[in-house]
Ligand binder design. Structure first.
Ligand code: PMP
Length: 286
């Protein structure tokens, strides 16, 4: 079955969907995105993703392509047209194009371009990788200074994943000024003596939608949380570690730079948070 995708007001077979070669998303990475997961054919944390999209657009003075209600309708229609039970919906808004390449933003009134497509991922919630846990490496964080804006500048995260792969690992955590910022595509946490430690929100990291939900659920479950800067050495000495993201939920980390955490299997807190997050998300899905 070919996928049906959405491009600027139209639902089309994926091989008929087109965007201009002058689109600023393509030429300047002048675009923002969101990824929303689908479980049981329903959207997880849609509200959070819609609010963050608005924030990203505002921070970059980019016009909004449509209302939140219209976005919800497009998401739902794509889920239906593509028969997605478990998977992801990718959304991208770029500043569009006024028909040529120019560093200067296009004239006011130039419509942004809006693209959405689905990825069918049966077994997303029951992912075997989460039972094994992830092995990570640490690398320097050389990204720009506004990581709180979810732009499509994903070259360095992509290179980080390749470095991890070459090292026989699953992912990389990024280090700036001696402290862990986040993972290439997720927020980073470690657990020591029952306390969950993660970096506080700032311009240095993406304000993860899954992070917000998981920290709220951890608090409700009376778990201790500390938001502070931490080093990779602290994480290596931890009892356990994990990451959060909309596409992998809560992913246990079992090895950092070749150092095994605990007994090398997913830790109890990461496993519990994954369970609670999936349970709550399914209940609240729309
Ligand atoms: N940090 C980065 C750099 C990311 O790319 C992502 C996922 N897009 C996250 C954190 C996690 O955010 P969320 O929980 O909203 O998916």
């Amino acid at each position: 079955m070919t996928r049906t995708v959405y491009v600027n007001g139209e639902y089309l077979p994926e091989d008929e969907a087109k965007v201009s070669i002058f689109d600023r998303g393509f030429l300047f990475a002048d675009a923002v995105y969101e990824v929303t997961s689908v479980l049981d054919g329903k959207l997880i944390d849609f509200e959070g993703h819609a609010v963050r999209l608005d924030r990203s657009l505002n921070e970059l003075d980019m016009p909004s392509p449509c209302s939140k209600d219209e976005l919800l309708e497009i998401h739902r229609k794509l889920v239906e047209l593509n028969g997605i039970e478990e998977g992801l919906i990718y959304l991208q808004v770029s500043r569009g194009s006024d028909g040529d390449r120019d560093f200067v933003f296009p004239a006011e009134g130039t419509p942004p371009s809006l693209v959405l497509f689905t990825q069918n991922k049966p077994g997303l919630a029951d992912n075997p990788a989460a039972k094994k846990g992830a092995k990570i490496i640490s690398i320097e964080d050389i990204r720009w200074g506004r990581r709180d804006i979810k732009t499509v500048q994903l070259l360095y995260p992509s290179m980080g994943k390749m470095m991890a792969k070459k090292a026989g690992c699953d992912d990389a955590w990024l280090i700036e000024d001696g402290h862990v910022t986040e993972g290439t595509s997720n927020n980073a946490y470690f657990v020591k003596n029952g306390k969950i430690v993660t970096r506080p929100l700032s311009n240095d990291i993406l304000h993860g939608i899954t992070r917000a939900a998981v920290l709220r659920l951890a608090e409700e479950a009376q778990m201790e949380i500390e938001e502070r800067l931490f080093t990779i050495d602290e994480a290596k000495e931890a009892d356990e570690a994990f990451t959060t993201s909309a596409s992998a939920f809560v992913m246990p980390v079992v090895e950092i730079d070749g150092v095994q955490l605990g007994d090398g299997t997913p830790g109890p807190i990461a496993k519990r948070l994954r369970e609670i997050y999936l349970e709550e998300s399914r209940k609240k899905a729309i």
